[in-house]
Design a binder for this molecule. Sequence first.
Ligand SMILES: Nc1ncnc2c1ncn2[C@@H]1O[C@H](COP(=O)(O)OP(=O)(O)OP(=O)(O)O)[C@@H](O)[C@H]1O
Length: 480
Amino acid sequence: MTEQPTDSHSVWQRVISTLEADILSPRDRAFLGLTRFVGLLDGTALLAVPYAHTKDTLETTLRQPIVEALSTELGQEVRLAITVDDDLRHQLEQQDEAAATATADTGEAAPAQPVPTQPSRPAPTSPSGPAQTSVEDARLNPKYTFETFVSGSSNRFAHAASLAVAESPARAYNPLFIYGESGLGKTHLLHAIGHYARSLYPGVRVRYVNSEEFTNDFINSIRDEKAGAFQQRYRSVDFLLVDDIQFLQGKEQTIEEFFHTFNTLHNSEKQVVITSDQPPKKLSGFAERLRSRFEWGLLTDVQPPDLETRIAILQRKAAQERMQLPDEVLELIASKITSNIRELEGALIRVTAFASLSSRPADADLAAHVLKDIIPSSEAAAISVQTIMTEVADYFQITGEELCGTSRSRMLVNARQVAMYLCRELTDLSLPQIGREFGGRDHTTVMHAERKIRHQIGERRALYDQITELTGIIRKASAR
Ligand SMILES: Nc1ncnc2c1ncn2[C@@H]1O[C@H](COP(=O)(O)OP(=O)(O)OP(=O)(O)O)[C@@H](O)[C@H]1O
């Protein structure tokens, strides 16, 4: 039974006040704000935290001061036990979602007041000064968090650096530059930084942008004579997270604008994180002065994961999606798909979809049957969007114009979404690039198509067959 000496919330508030007097860093303050004092049991004070790494940090750097402050507060020597509490995490995430929704409608700066902070949550404290407005980017994928990111030898450094910049923006490394091949978790890490920063520093202004969107936004701002608003959007944030910077290659004016954006943010100690498929030195089409700035902070790469990490990723993914799969099936998938995590997830979905459609258990036999049709991209000929479009149009007996056009007829929408899904699965193109290929559609349309097909592939047999058959046809056509 828990002894509740007094209201645990006030106890914890007083502990934080005591520790604050010892001049806590903003980061430590934020960590304590995320922590709840649950109660005292047989001399052990139990703390609940939302994330495993909050626990690690408390244990490694704050344990002693907390024990001392709690012992004083409770009038007895206490030991400390820290537990990771999923409910607490959900609670905090819901608050952040609510805050994001409150500001997402305008997409522009809005007063930080709507952020429903809990009494014990720290006031908005961006380490380089309180952020009084919130441009929280509602487009962060809720699934891309540090909780769902599996760290292994191939990405350990990038993972640790990402945690560090979220915790100590513009203090740890600025910019943080993460590079590596497609499908190895760069986007996932960017979103995770955004989520985690928002949970640590409510009200912090985070902007995630793909470099293609940055370009489009910039071009539109010139067209609409809204350069001021554009600059305000990108230069008044605490975190600018820029995905796939390589797509700025050769776009001189946009690069120039990005250069100034970067300088403004860096000078005012705001965090910039950049991902790319190449290290800065190999990025052609960028002015040297910008490339050298990319190297001011920390460069880190992500490598293809080793077998153990691949299995761990599949286990995490299966648990997340509540899929029941024996280890040998996960091992089979992990041994077949070795160099791209997006493909690894795609294979997992195919196996479970086939099992569910054929009402059979997802065992090793079934997995082997499904996997024989899947050729990892590392072994396959490169596939172009054009080939996918041509083959999908042929398959559904429609024209290329219809496939990319605007008709909302059911059959055409289905064909279009299948084609977009296959572009995601079979090519390395980004969402905006695929959107452009399909008649200049927004990247969110492609994202929606991908999610929808992923969701339905295990429910509609005809769809599963279409995808499997088309994958084979497209591979054959590309190998010719
Ligand atoms: N270490 C990891 N743990 C769990 N999931 C991961 C990990 N790395 C990647 N993934 C998953 O793999 C998929 C592809 O990752 P992501 O989109 O982040 O790759 P990327 O490197 O940004 O690729 P691209 O350059 O093509 O945009 C995502 O669904 C992501 O969640």
